[in-house]
Design a protein around this ligand. Sequence first.
Ligand SMILES: Nc1ncnc2c1ncn2[C@@H]1O[C@H](COP(=O)(O)OP(=O)(O)OP(=O)(O)O)[C@@H](O)[C@H]1O
Length: 357
Amino acid sequence: MAEIRLENLRHSYVANPQHEEDYALKRLSITWQDGGAYALLGPSGCGKTTLLNLISGLLTPTEGRILFDGRDVSHASPEARNIAQVFQFPVIYDTMTVFDNLAFPLRNRNVPEDEIKIRVAEIADMLELTKTLHKRASGLTADGKQKISLGRGLVRPDVNVIMFDEPLTVIDPHLKWQLRSKLKELHLRTKRTMIYVTHDQTEALTFADQVVVMNLGEVVQSGTPIELFERPQHTFVGHFIGSPGMNVLPCELRGGQAFFAESPVPAANIGQARIAGRTELGIRPEFVSIAEAGIPAEVVRVADAGRYRIVETRSHGHTIKLLLKEGGEVPSGHTFLSFDPAHTQVYEDGWMAGAHR
Ligand SMILES: Nc1ncnc2c1ncn2[C@@H]1O[C@H](COP(=O)(O)OP(=O)(O)OP(=O)(O)O)[C@@H](O)[C@H]1O
Protein backbone atom coordinates (compact mmCIF):
# COMPACT_ATOMS: atom_id res chain seq x y z
CA MET A 1 0.00 0.00 0.00
CA ALA A 2 1.12 3.52 -0.57
CA GLU A 3 0.82 7.14 0.46
CA ILE A 4 -0.73 9.06 -2.44
CA ARG A 5 0.24 12.67 -2.98
CA LEU A 6 -1.41 14.93 -5.55
CA GLU A 7 0.68 18.05 -6.17
CA ASN A 8 -0.85 21.05 -7.93
CA LEU A 9 -2.89 18.70 -10.07
CA ARG A 10 -5.05 20.26 -12.77
CA HIS A 11 -6.81 18.74 -15.74
CA SER A 12 -8.48 20.06 -18.86
CA TYR A 13 -10.11 18.13 -21.70
CA VAL A 14 -9.54 21.21 -23.92
CA ALA A 15 -6.40 21.20 -26.14
CA ASN A 16 -5.09 24.65 -25.14
CA PRO A 17 -6.77 25.63 -21.88
CA GLN A 18 -6.72 29.40 -21.37
CA HIS A 19 -9.30 30.11 -18.71
CA GLU A 20 -10.19 28.63 -15.33
CA GLU A 21 -13.46 27.29 -16.76
CA ASP A 22 -11.51 25.24 -19.34
CA TYR A 23 -10.41 22.95 -16.48
CA ALA A 24 -12.70 20.02 -15.56
CA LEU A 25 -10.50 19.63 -12.48
CA LYS A 26 -9.28 22.85 -10.84
CA ARG A 27 -5.87 22.95 -9.16
CA LEU A 28 -5.63 20.69 -6.12
CA SER A 29 -2.98 19.44 -3.73
CA ILE A 30 -3.77 16.66 -1.32
CA THR A 31 -2.00 13.85 0.56
CA TRP A 32 -3.68 10.55 1.36
CA GLN A 33 -1.91 8.51 4.04
CA ASP A 34 -0.90 4.91 3.57
CA GLY A 35 -3.71 2.68 4.88
CA GLY A 36 -6.36 5.43 5.12
CA ALA A 37 -10.02 5.22 4.09
CA TYR A 38 -10.97 8.18 1.90
CA ALA A 39 -14.09 9.21 0.02
CA LEU A 40 -14.51 11.55 -2.93
CA LEU A 41 -17.99 13.00 -2.64
CA GLY A 42 -19.83 15.36 -4.97
CA PRO A 43 -22.70 15.75 -7.41
CA SER A 44 -22.68 14.42 -10.96
CA GLY A 45 -20.17 16.25 -13.18
CA CYS A 46 -18.07 17.69 -10.33
CA GLY A 47 -14.90 15.91 -11.51
CA LYS A 48 -14.75 12.73 -9.41
CA THR A 49 -14.21 10.36 -12.33
CA THR A 50 -11.64 12.72 -13.84
CA LEU A 51 -9.66 12.65 -10.59
CA LEU A 52 -9.98 8.86 -10.32
CA ASN A 53 -8.80 8.40 -13.90
CA LEU A 54 -5.80 10.65 -13.26
CA ILE A 55 -4.82 8.54 -10.26
CA SER A 56 -5.34 5.24 -12.08
CA GLY A 57 -3.43 6.43 -15.16
CA LEU A 58 -6.28 6.39 -17.67
CA LEU A 59 -5.68 10.15 -18.03
CA THR A 60 -2.42 12.13 -17.95
CA PRO A 61 -2.71 15.40 -15.99
CA THR A 62 -2.50 18.69 -17.87
CA GLU A 63 -0.50 20.05 -14.92
CA GLY A 64 0.93 18.78 -11.65
CA ARG A 65 2.24 15.51 -10.31
CA ILE A 66 0.95 12.29 -8.76
CA LEU A 67 3.30 10.58 -6.30
CA PHE A 68 2.97 7.08 -4.84
CA ASP A 69 5.24 6.84 -1.78
CA GLY A 70 7.24 9.77 -3.17
CA ARG A 71 7.67 8.16 -6.62
CA ASP A 72 6.35 10.26 -9.51
CA VAL A 73 3.83 8.13 -11.43
CA SER A 74 2.16 11.01 -13.35
CA HIS A 75 3.17 9.49 -16.69
CA ALA A 76 3.25 5.81 -15.70
CA SER A 77 0.84 3.33 -17.33
CA PRO A 78 -2.16 2.01 -15.34
CA GLU A 79 -0.43 -1.41 -15.04
CA ALA A 80 2.75 0.14 -13.66
CA ARG A 81 0.70 1.98 -10.99
CA ASN A 82 -0.51 -1.33 -9.60
CA ILE A 83 -4.01 -0.25 -8.56
CA ALA A 84 -7.12 -2.35 -7.97
CA GLN A 85 -10.41 -0.83 -9.14
CA VAL A 86 -14.00 -1.79 -8.39
CA PHE A 87 -16.53 -0.25 -10.75
CA GLN A 88 -20.28 0.55 -10.58
CA PHE A 89 -21.17 -2.62 -12.44
CA PRO A 90 -19.65 -6.00 -11.57
CA VAL A 91 -16.67 -6.87 -13.78
CA ILE A 92 -16.56 -10.65 -13.56
CA TYR A 93 -16.44 -13.70 -15.81
CA ASP A 94 -19.90 -15.29 -15.75
CA THR A 95 -18.76 -18.69 -17.02
CA MET A 96 -16.03 -19.06 -14.39
CA THR A 97 -16.64 -20.24 -10.83
CA VAL A 98 -16.57 -17.75 -8.00
CA PHE A 99 -13.21 -19.25 -6.95
CA ASP A 100 -11.68 -18.76 -10.40
CA ASN A 101 -12.99 -15.21 -10.57
CA LEU A 102 -11.35 -14.37 -7.26
CA ALA A 103 -8.15 -16.18 -8.25
CA PHE A 104 -7.94 -14.38 -11.61
CA PRO A 105 -5.93 -11.29 -10.53
CA LEU A 106 -3.47 -13.56 -8.68
CA ARG A 107 -3.06 -16.03 -11.56
CA ASN A 108 -2.41 -13.05 -13.83
CA ARG A 109 0.58 -12.22 -11.65
CA ASN A 110 1.78 -15.85 -11.55
CA VAL A 111 1.14 -16.29 -7.85
CA PRO A 112 1.68 -20.00 -6.90
CA GLU A 113 -1.57 -22.04 -6.66
CA ASP A 114 -1.00 -22.92 -2.96
CA GLU A 115 -0.86 -19.26 -2.09
CA ILE A 116 -3.89 -18.52 -4.28
CA LYS A 117 -5.97 -21.07 -2.35
CA ILE A 118 -5.10 -19.41 0.96
CA ARG A 119 -5.77 -15.87 -0.32
CA VAL A 120 -9.06 -16.72 -2.01
CA ALA A 121 -10.31 -18.62 1.05
CA GLU A 122 -9.49 -15.60 3.23
CA ILE A 123 -11.26 -13.09 0.97
CA ALA A 124 -14.26 -15.41 0.44
CA ASP A 125 -14.58 -15.71 4.19
CA MET A 126 -14.53 -11.93 4.67
CA LEU A 127 -17.21 -11.47 2.01
CA GLU A 128 -19.30 -14.48 3.04
CA LEU A 129 -18.77 -16.12 -0.34
CA THR A 130 -17.27 -19.40 0.93
CA LYS A 131 -20.39 -21.47 0.24
CA THR A 132 -20.58 -20.26 -3.35
CA LEU A 133 -16.90 -20.71 -4.26
CA HIS A 134 -17.52 -23.64 -6.60
CA LYS A 135 -20.65 -22.23 -8.22
CA ARG A 136 -20.61 -20.46 -11.53
CA ALA A 137 -20.68 -16.69 -11.11
CA SER A 138 -23.60 -16.44 -13.58
CA GLY A 139 -25.92 -18.02 -10.97
CA LEU A 140 -25.36 -15.26 -8.41
CA THR A 141 -27.59 -12.25 -7.73
CA ALA A 142 -26.45 -8.71 -8.65
CA ASP A 143 -25.13 -8.06 -5.14
CA GLY A 144 -23.43 -11.49 -5.08
CA LYS A 145 -21.67 -10.56 -8.32
CA GLN A 146 -20.65 -7.19 -6.93
CA LYS A 147 -19.21 -8.97 -3.89
CA ILE A 148 -17.01 -10.95 -6.32
CA SER A 149 -15.88 -7.64 -7.84
CA LEU A 150 -15.04 -6.34 -4.37
CA GLY A 151 -13.17 -9.59 -3.68
CA ARG A 152 -11.17 -9.26 -6.88
CA GLY A 153 -10.21 -5.76 -5.81
CA LEU A 154 -9.11 -6.95 -2.38
CA VAL A 155 -7.43 -10.23 -3.23
CA ARG A 156 -3.97 -8.97 -4.21
CA PRO A 157 -1.95 -7.96 -1.18
CA ASP A 158 0.59 -5.91 -3.18
CA VAL A 159 -1.58 -3.18 -4.78
CA ASN A 160 -0.82 0.47 -4.01
CA VAL A 161 -4.44 1.52 -3.59
CA ILE A 162 -7.96 0.12 -4.05
CA MET A 163 -10.39 2.51 -5.71
CA PHE A 164 -14.15 2.02 -5.57
CA ASP A 165 -16.22 3.92 -8.15
CA GLU A 166 -19.86 4.07 -6.95
CA PRO A 167 -19.69 0.34 -6.08
CA LEU A 168 -23.15 0.08 -4.54
CA THR A 169 -25.16 1.52 -7.47
CA VAL A 170 -26.52 -1.88 -8.57
CA ILE A 171 -27.17 -3.15 -5.07
CA ASP A 172 -30.73 -3.41 -3.74
CA PRO A 173 -31.40 -0.56 -1.30
CA HIS A 174 -32.09 -2.92 1.61
CA LEU A 175 -28.76 -4.71 1.04
CA LYS A 176 -26.76 -1.54 0.59
CA TRP A 177 -26.26 -0.99 4.30
CA GLN A 178 -24.96 -4.55 4.67
CA LEU A 179 -22.29 -4.11 2.00
CA ARG A 180 -21.52 -0.64 3.27
CA SER A 181 -20.70 -1.92 6.74
CA LYS A 182 -18.87 -4.88 5.18
CA LEU A 183 -16.60 -2.49 3.28
CA LYS A 184 -15.86 -0.52 6.43
CA GLU A 185 -15.05 -3.76 8.25
CA LEU A 186 -12.80 -4.85 5.35
CA HIS A 187 -10.87 -1.63 5.63
CA LEU A 188 -10.41 -2.06 9.36
CA ARG A 189 -9.23 -5.65 8.85
CA THR A 190 -6.96 -5.11 5.88
CA LYS A 191 -5.76 -1.53 6.49
CA ARG A 192 -5.36 -0.90 2.75
CA THR A 193 -5.36 2.59 1.25
CA MET A 194 -8.89 2.88 -0.13
CA ILE A 195 -10.55 5.64 -2.15
CA TYR A 196 -14.31 5.46 -2.44
CA VAL A 197 -16.07 7.63 -5.04
CA THR A 198 -19.73 8.45 -4.57
CA HIS A 199 -22.42 11.11 -4.81
CA ASP A 200 -24.15 9.64 -1.75
CA GLN A 201 -23.32 11.36 1.54
CA THR A 202 -24.34 8.35 3.67
CA GLU A 203 -21.95 6.07 1.79
CA ALA A 204 -19.10 8.57 2.03
CA LEU A 205 -19.60 9.44 5.68
CA THR A 206 -20.00 5.85 6.88
CA PHE A 207 -17.00 4.54 4.93
CA ALA A 208 -14.34 7.21 5.12
CA ASP A 209 -12.15 8.65 7.86
CA GLN A 210 -11.56 11.63 5.60
CA VAL A 211 -14.03 12.89 2.98
CA VAL A 212 -13.03 15.11 0.06
CA VAL A 213 -16.05 17.13 -1.08
CA MET A 214 -15.96 18.35 -4.67
CA ASN A 215 -18.10 20.83 -6.58
CA LEU A 216 -17.65 22.28 -10.07
CA GLY A 217 -14.23 20.70 -10.51
CA GLU A 218 -12.93 22.05 -7.22
CA VAL A 219 -12.22 20.53 -3.81
CA VAL A 220 -14.38 22.61 -1.46
CA GLN A 221 -13.40 20.80 1.72
CA SER A 222 -11.47 17.81 2.91
CA GLY A 223 -12.23 16.70 6.44
CA THR A 224 -13.57 14.13 8.85
CA PRO A 225 -17.34 13.53 8.80
CA ILE A 226 -17.60 15.57 12.03
CA GLU A 227 -15.63 18.50 10.60
CA LEU A 228 -17.85 18.54 7.51
CA PHE A 229 -20.91 18.60 9.70
CA GLU A 230 -19.76 21.07 12.34
CA ARG A 231 -17.60 23.43 10.31
CA PRO A 232 -18.60 23.40 6.66
CA GLN A 233 -15.97 25.55 4.96
CA HIS A 234 -18.29 26.37 2.09
CA THR A 235 -22.08 26.80 1.92
CA PHE A 236 -22.08 24.03 -0.70
CA VAL A 237 -20.75 21.56 1.91
CA GLY A 238 -23.39 22.78 4.38
CA HIS A 239 -26.16 22.17 1.83
CA PHE A 240 -24.82 18.91 0.45
CA ILE A 241 -24.09 17.23 3.77
CA GLY A 242 -26.76 16.82 6.40
CA SER A 243 -30.43 16.02 6.15
CA PRO A 244 -31.90 18.55 5.81
CA GLY A 245 -28.89 20.63 4.79
CA MET A 246 -27.64 23.82 6.42
CA ASN A 247 -29.84 26.95 6.33
CA VAL A 248 -28.10 29.70 4.35
CA LEU A 249 -29.45 33.22 4.82
CA PRO A 250 -28.34 36.56 3.40
CA CYS A 251 -26.90 38.88 6.03
CA GLU A 252 -25.49 42.33 6.44
CA LEU A 253 -22.38 43.00 8.49
CA ARG A 254 -22.05 46.29 10.32
CA GLY A 255 -20.49 47.50 13.54
CA GLY A 256 -18.91 44.09 14.15
CA GLN A 257 -22.28 42.33 14.03
CA ALA A 258 -24.28 40.27 11.58
CA PHE A 259 -27.91 41.12 10.81
CA PHE A 260 -30.52 38.98 9.13
CA ALA A 261 -33.39 41.20 8.00
CA GLU A 262 -32.53 43.76 10.73
CA SER A 263 -32.39 41.12 13.50
CA PRO A 264 -28.91 40.92 15.07
CA VAL A 265 -27.51 37.37 14.88
CA PRO A 266 -24.40 36.52 16.93
CA ALA A 267 -22.00 34.39 14.88
CA ALA A 268 -18.97 32.38 16.04
CA ASN A 269 -16.58 33.70 13.39
CA ILE A 270 -17.77 37.31 13.14
CA GLY A 271 -14.31 38.53 14.22
CA GLN A 272 -12.76 36.95 11.14
CA ALA A 273 -15.12 38.49 8.58
CA ARG A 274 -13.44 40.89 6.16
CA ILE A 275 -16.81 42.32 5.14
CA ALA A 276 -16.17 41.65 1.48
CA GLY A 277 -18.35 40.21 -1.24
CA ARG A 278 -21.67 38.43 -0.71
CA THR A 279 -22.23 37.78 2.97
CA GLU A 280 -24.40 34.97 4.33
CA LEU A 281 -25.11 33.17 7.58
CA GLY A 282 -24.98 29.39 7.81
CA ILE A 283 -26.80 27.52 10.56
CA ARG A 284 -27.71 23.85 10.62
CA PRO A 285 -31.34 22.91 11.45
CA GLU A 286 -29.99 21.03 14.49
CA PHE A 287 -28.94 24.36 16.03
CA VAL A 288 -32.10 26.41 15.39
CA SER A 289 -34.76 26.47 18.12
CA ILE A 290 -38.17 27.91 18.80
CA ALA A 291 -37.88 30.88 21.19
CA GLU A 292 -39.95 33.51 23.01
CA ALA A 293 -38.20 36.27 21.11
CA GLY A 294 -35.64 36.61 18.31
CA ILE A 295 -36.10 36.15 14.59
CA PRO A 296 -39.79 36.32 13.62
CA ALA A 297 -40.97 33.37 11.50
CA GLU A 298 -44.10 31.54 10.32
CA VAL A 299 -44.35 27.75 10.63
CA VAL A 300 -45.35 26.47 7.19
CA ARG A 301 -44.81 22.70 7.33
CA VAL A 302 -43.96 19.96 9.81
CA ALA A 303 -42.63 16.58 8.69
CA ASP A 304 -42.22 13.58 10.95
CA ALA A 305 -38.78 12.01 10.63
CA GLY A 306 -39.01 9.33 13.33
CA ARG A 307 -37.16 10.49 16.43
CA TYR A 308 -37.51 14.12 15.49
CA ARG A 309 -39.64 16.43 13.38
CA ILE A 310 -38.46 18.76 10.64
CA VAL A 311 -40.14 22.14 11.05
CA GLU A 312 -40.07 24.38 7.99
CA THR A 313 -40.55 28.08 8.64
CA ARG A 314 -40.49 31.23 6.49
CA SER A 315 -38.90 34.43 7.64
CA HIS A 316 -38.62 37.58 5.52
CA GLY A 317 -39.09 35.50 2.36
CA HIS A 318 -36.50 32.85 3.32
CA THR A 319 -36.96 29.25 4.39
CA ILE A 320 -35.43 28.29 7.73
CA LYS A 321 -35.61 24.66 8.85
CA LEU A 322 -35.18 23.34 12.34
CA LEU A 323 -35.21 19.94 14.01
CA LEU A 324 -37.49 19.37 16.94
CA LYS A 325 -36.89 16.41 19.24
CA GLU A 326 -39.69 14.00 20.06
CA GLY A 327 -42.16 15.61 22.45
CA GLY A 328 -41.13 19.18 21.54
CA GLU A 329 -44.08 21.51 21.01
CA VAL A 330 -44.63 22.87 17.48
CA PRO A 331 -46.17 26.32 17.50
CA SER A 332 -48.75 26.97 14.81
CA GLY A 333 -48.41 30.10 12.73
CA HIS A 334 -46.29 32.92 14.06
CA THR A 335 -43.26 32.25 16.26
CA PHE A 336 -39.66 33.30 16.93
CA LEU A 337 -36.42 31.49 16.22
CA SER A 338 -33.07 31.57 17.93
CA PHE A 339 -29.74 30.37 16.52
CA ASP A 340 -27.02 28.78 18.65
CA PRO A 341 -24.17 31.35 18.31
CA ALA A 342 -21.46 28.68 18.61
CA HIS A 343 -22.83 26.99 15.48
CA THR A 344 -23.72 30.08 13.45
CA GLN A 345 -21.09 31.05 10.89
CA VAL A 346 -20.58 33.96 8.52
CA TYR A 347 -19.79 33.07 4.89
CA GLU A 348 -18.23 35.45 2.37
CA ASP A 349 -18.76 34.63 -1.29
CA GLY A 350 -19.68 31.11 -0.21
CA TRP A 351 -16.56 30.53 1.95
CA MET A 352 -16.60 30.50 5.74
CA ALA A 353 -15.02 33.74 7.03
CA GLY A 354 -11.55 32.90 8.32
CA ALA A 355 -11.43 29.51 6.56
CA HIS A 356 -8.00 28.31 5.45
CA ARG A 357 -8.27 27.79 1.72
N1 LIG B 1 -13.79 12.81 -22.04
C1 LIG B 1 -14.26 14.01 -21.74
N2 LIG B 1 -14.17 15.02 -22.64
C2 LIG B 1 -14.62 16.26 -22.34
N3 LIG B 1 -15.19 16.60 -21.16
C3 LIG B 1 -15.32 15.64 -20.24
C4 LIG B 1 -14.87 14.31 -20.47
N4 LIG B 1 -15.12 13.57 -19.36
C5 LIG B 1 -15.70 14.41 -18.48
N5 LIG B 1 -15.83 15.64 -19.00
C6 LIG B 1 -16.37 16.84 -18.32
O1 LIG B 1 -15.61 17.05 -17.13
C7 LIG B 1 -16.44 17.43 -16.05
C8 LIG B 1 -16.24 16.46 -14.89
O2 LIG B 1 -16.75 15.18 -15.26
P1 LIG B 1 -16.55 13.87 -14.39
O3 LIG B 1 -17.07 12.72 -15.19
O4 LIG B 1 -15.15 13.81 -13.92
O5 LIG B 1 -17.52 14.15 -13.16
P2 LIG B 1 -18.14 13.13 -12.11
O6 LIG B 1 -18.19 13.87 -10.82
O7 LIG B 1 -17.40 11.86 -12.13
O8 LIG B 1 -19.61 12.90 -12.65
P3 LIG B 1 -20.46 11.55 -12.67
O9 LIG B 1 -20.76 11.22 -11.22
O10 LIG B 1 -21.68 11.93 -13.45
O11 LIG B 1 -19.62 10.51 -13.34
C9 LIG B 1 -17.86 17.46 -16.59
O12 LIG B 1 -18.17 18.79 -16.93
C10 LIG B 1 -17.80 16.60 -17.83
O13 LIG B 1 -18.74 17.01 -18.79
